[in-house]
Design a protein around this ligand. Structure first.
Ligand code: UTP
Length: 294
């Protein structure tokens, strides 16, 4: 079955980006001039997703607005013969069908996903978290869709290898490898200490889920951090059905924290021919200015 809908939960407070997130949605903070959320939505659209369901909270209107048409701005650009900019703005406004549902209390990722139940209906769907940008020719979520299709429409969780000492920052999966990249999962552990982690395969926020997850999310108690955890629901599902994990291909930037955000900014500035040369000059100048030895 073709996966047409993607849930993108964006209701969190974004405390790691304070003070900016006091007034701006974290998702709108740009990497150079493109908001972080643009890359997430683009990944979904390139994978064939036709409808994005944002799970939002107060102060997140700008994310919905970003993907809407802006007639006033378009008219201004047209009047001033800014053709290239006009084309770009129109393209973003017609990128994909966007809807939003509110999460009135931030009770965790599992709770956020549950808020989109009535909009998803009875079909498999994708979930993408905005904190991780994954760059790859074939979108990471598309890779998971293909694995799901190959396994009778099963649940598939995107995973990546992390250094053993970092397991406490992630949900970590356990299971048996079926081939180089695919595992049949027998569970997940939320943020285990390195010595207790079953593997070093972390879940950076790419999922293909089936509607059965909603029924589980409705029943599970609060878990770690007193929140409703998607991890707990996936664990229940693992007891009932075959659930797979897939080591997707792609370069991943953890833009949910300042260091990962800077790393992505530097990478994108070096990769783009329009910014590369001047950026290298700036870097050389600053390195000299601060007497940094590299
Ligand atoms: P995070 O734990 O990264 O939270 O949530 P956050 O608020 O975005 O950022 P920090 O940690 O305070 O800096 C992971 C994703 O799940 C969403 C967040 O918006 C983020 O995209 N989320 C989390 C919700 O939508 N609702 C929740 O109740 C919790």
């Amino acid at each position: 079955m073709k996966i047409k809908k993607a849930i993108i939960p964006i209701a969190g407070k974004g405390t790691r980006f304070l003070p900016a997130t006091k007034e701006i949605a974290k998702e709108i903070i740009p990497i150079i001039n493109v908001p972080m959320i643009h890359y997430i939505v683009q990944e979904a659209v390139e994978a064939g997703i036709e409808q994005i369901i944002f799970v939002t909270s107060s102060g997140k209107f700008s994310v919905e607005d970003y993907f809407d048409r802006n007639q006033e701005l378009e008219a201004f650009l047209e009047r001033n013969n800014k053709t290239k900019e006009l084309e770009l703005i129109r393209k973003i406004g017609s990128m994909v069908d966007v809807t939003a549902v509110r999460q009135k209390e931030q009770l965790g990722l599992g709770h956020a996903v549950l808020m989109a139940k009535s909009m998803v209906g009875d079909e498999p769907f994708a979930v993408l978290l905005g904190d991780d940008i994954v760059i790859n020719e074939k979108p990471a979520i598309k890779q998971l869709m293909e694995v799901s299709l190959a396994h009778a429409g099963s649940t598939v969780i995107g995973v990546m290898e992390v250094p053993k000492e970092d397991t406490a920052k992630y949900g970590i999966v356990r299971g048996e490898f079926l081939n180089d990249r695919t595992l049949r999962m027998n569970g997940m552990v939320e943020k285990p200490k390195p010595e207790e982690a079953p593997t070093n395969l972390a879940t950076p926020g790419r999922y293909i889920l089936t509607p059965e997850i909603f029924e589980i999310l409705e029943k599970i108690p609060r878990g770690a951090g007193n929140e409703y955890q998607l991890t707990d629901a996936i664990n229940v599902l693992c007891q009932r059905k075959s659930v797979y994990a897939y080591k997707f291909e792609g370069e991943r930037f953890d833009t949910g924290n300042i260091h990962g955000y800077l790393d992505a900014t530097i990478d994108f500035a070096l990769k783009d021919p329009e910014t590369r040369e001047k950026f290298i000059q700036s870097l050389q100048h600053r390195i000299k200015k601060y007497g940094i030895k590299i």
